[in-house]
Design a protein around this ligand. Structure first.
Ligand code: SMG
Ligand code: MG
Length: 371
């Protein structure tokens, strides 16, 4: 496939409610949407879509939207300009650029989508999906009060979500978890995510979470603190899960070897693409480490791709794969809908969904053409 041109759309999508984590509050999701126009070996024109999960500010990780756009335009797309490109070789072609995995993931996603659309294969079957629907968990932001938290959790449970993830931070942790456990009972699948808000000095505090029978604790310590996560894991009963720290299959291998991760949150964007995400799935599977699919407030494009990934056999825990309406009153694509606590895995070629032109026009704030 030859890439003819790429259009980088910046979209700004209002959230249905503010989303607060230990690093800040978001009311709008700005995202980069890549539209790749290519020509296949037999001369057919094909379009592929990719989504970059970088946030507006470098708070979740070092990557951020403005830098991602620059890297994609000036450093990644030029590496794909000469000769034919396949999805399987994009990662290798982009290797000279260090880091910038979210940007690389978006480019690979668009090429993969184009390739699969032209071949008439769904992303799910390409990746090796073994199920046609995936259980949906929901990530609940830090709420102003315990009462509000209980209301919000209750309404998600009423909608049918099968697992609740509570965002926590120092001062809004033990009491929040206790209140949710007491109100909704011992059968509720419950886990917490700290987004790196603690240090190893907090081990005695974090150990108090053990009494609440959580599925896991996600990324309590810093991105680079693999060894410290291993030390904390030895002091806790609650299974240790890593998110921010797992930036590649190599990082996953190190984390597993060190005993820093009993569970891994896989996000294709964070690790450089869906192919690396599948490699981490395979590695974890072979090591008896459970994985689940994380979320980055994706539009329908990334959400559809995540549902395909989560349909692989090693994804034994419910993911942060909520319905489109958990974040957006109106999605960029046809919405993904929660049905009986599950999200259907798209079956159409490629991602199986595309941006609706009117929605792209409505939410788009910039379009840059890169030849
Ligand atoms: O897409 O459902 C979603 C969001 C899930 O909590 C979520 N993501 O650390 O796992 C995480 C966060 C990262 C984004 S927070 C702005
Ligand atoms: Mg997380």
């Amino acid at each position: 496939m030859l890439i003819d041109e790429t259009i980088i759309h910046t979209v700004s999508m209002p959230l249905v409610a503010p989303f607060t984590t230990s690093f800040g509050t978001q009311t709008v999701r700005q995202a980069l949407i890549l539209e790749v126009h290519a020509t296949t070996a037999n001369g057919t024109a094909v379009t592929g879509w990719g989504e970059c999960v970088a946030m507006e500010s470098p708070l979740y990780s070092s990557e951020f939207l403005a830098a991602a756009k620059l890297v994609i335009t000036d450093h990644l797309l030029p590496l794909l300009r000469t000769g034919g490109v396949t999805a399987e070789t994009v990662g290798h072609r982009l290797r000279p650029v260090i880091g910038h995995r979210m940007s690389k993931a978006a480019v690979e996603m668009a090429v993969l989508d184009a390739q699969l659309r032209s071949a008439g294969i769904s992303l799910a079957s390409y990746l090796g999906a073994v199920t046609d629907r995936v259980p949906a968990g929901v990530s609940v932001g830090i709420q102003p009060s315990v009462e509000q938290l209980l209301d919000v959790v209750g309404s998600y449970l009423d909608q049918g979500y099968v697992r609740i993830k509570l965002k926590i931070e120092p001062g809004r942790d033990i009491d929040r978890v206790r209140a949710v456990r007491e109100r909704f009972g011992d059968d509720l699948l419950l886990q917490v995510d700290a987004n790196a808000a603690y240090t190893l000095v907090d081990a005695p505090l974090l150990r108090r979470l053990d009494e609440f029978d959580l599925l896991l604790i996600e990324q309590p310590l810093g991105e680079e603190d693999l060894r410290q996560h291993a030390a904390l894991a030895r002091q806790m009963i609650t299974p240790m899960c890593l998110d921010e720290s797992i930036v590649s299959a190599e990082a996953a291998a190190d984390a597993i070897a060190l005993g820093a991760a009993a569970v891994i949150n896989i996000k294709a964007g964070r690790v450089g693409g869906y192919l690396e995400a599948r490699r981490i799935h395979d590695l974890a599977w072979a090591n008896g480490v459970a994985v689940w699919c994380g979320g980055m407030l994706e539009t329908g494009l990334g959400r559809a791709a995540n549902a395909a990934l989560a349909a692989l056999p090693g994804f034994t825990l419910p993911g942060d794969i909520s319905g489109s309406d958990r974040f957006y009153a109106k999605d960029l694509t046809e919405p993904l809908v929660l049905k009986d606590g599950h999200i259907d895995v798209p079956t159409g070629p490629g991602l199986g969904v595309s941006p609706i032109p009117e929605a792209l026009a409505e939410f788009g704030i910039d379009s840059t053409r890169v030849a």
